[in-house]
Design a protein around this ligand. Structure first.
Ligand code: NAP
Length: 284
């Protein structure tokens, strides 16, 4: 069994991204910039935002944090997005989710110029992914694919099962696996006999938000298991959607939590920022 080292792959990918940033024609096209909008004071969101800002500094991307109060009116957030859409120094815009409940999250995400949508959340970017012409790939599924590729895990013709069908993770991940010629099954909360389906899988990806959900008897010997979950166990300790202690011994490859998929998400956001810069300036 091999543990997939997300920290290592993330570090190596960031070195590559830093080299890509250093090679950008900033004299001609201007600096590369990411704007992050945080509405409110959700502690987890604050940590995620800090990681994104630090990640930008690490690879040479200029970042701007726009921190709005939790009781901001919808129009105020909308105006912020529109101003950033129009700002030529801002290449990428990220709205940290979740936004406070009184705000229409979907409408705000739709307002971000798809050309600046570094999260790949806009339906234009999702449509491009769906027709097999991806431009900006949602960060977490993109990170999963990077991990699979780094470890040369064969996907073609394999049975891949994705548990979870969110727009952010499950659906785009299934699409990416399909594009790589895996035979993909998507499971969700209404799926019957889920264990019977996951037991047939060569690759199982779990993204549901239920601590230690995937048990050893739901996985076949030699399977590749990718755990996207970020949950808390009964002692409040960070864990994933996979019962790692018991599942790991059956796997050929498995991602741990922490240290698996998590470190890749911010890294792929940085990659997406470089991508939108290049598309905006007509570079390769
Ligand atoms: P989400 O939007 O809440 O979606 C959860 C999905 O899981 C839904 O499709 C739901 O099915 C399904 N589901 C829930 N309980 C289930 C069960 N008992 N059996 C089968 N399917 C079930 O969650 P998300 O945003 O995709 O996030 C999923 C997990 O990944 C969370 O732990 C989150 O913290 C983590 N995450 C991690 C990263 C990272 O960087 N590592 C990034 C994003 C998310 P229905 O559609 O039928 O309701």
């Amino acid at each position: 069994m091999q543990i997939i080292d997300g920290k290592l792959v993330s570090q190596e990918t960031r070195k590559d991204i830093a080299a890509q940033v250093a090679a950008l024609p900033v004299d001609k096209c201007g600096p590369i910039g990411l704007a992050v909008i945080l509405v409110g004071d959700n502690p987890a969101s604050q940590v995620y935002v800090r990681n994104k800002i630090n990640g930008c500094a690490e690879v040479g991307i200029k970042s701007t944090l726009i921190h709005l109060p939790a009781d901001s009116a919808f129009d105020e957030v909308m105006t912020t997005i529109k101003n950033l859409n129009a700002d030529p120094d801002v290449n990428g815009i990220l709205l940290q989710l979740p936004v406070p409940k009184h705000l229409d999250e979907a409408a705000l995400l739709r307002a971000i110029d798809p050309a600046k949508d570094v999260d790949g959340c806009h339906y234009v970017q999702k449509g491009k992914l769906w027709i097999g012409e991806p431009e900006v790939i949602p960060c977490t599924p993109y990170g999963v694919m990077k991990l699979l590729d780094y470890y040369n895990i064969e996907l073609q013709g394999k049975n891949a099962v994705v548990v979870g069908r969110s727009n952010l993770v499950g659906k785009p991940l299934a699409q990416l696996l399909l594009d790589r010629n895996a035979t993909v099954t998507i499971c969700h909360s209404r799926t019957r006999d889920l264990g019977e389906i996951t037991r047939r899988a060569d690759i199982v990806c779990v993204a549901i938000g239920v601590a230690k959900f995937l048990k050893a008897d739901m996985v076949k010997d030699g399977a590749v298991v990718i755990d996207v979950g970020m949950d808390r166990d009964e002692n409040g300790k960070l864990c994933g959607d996979v019962d790692f202690a018991n599942v790991a011994e059956k796997c050929s490859y498995i991602t741990p939590v922490p240290g698996g998929v998590g470190p890749m998400t911010v890294t792929m956001l940085l990659q997406n920022t470089v991508k939108v810069y290049k598309v905006q300036h007509g570079l390769n």
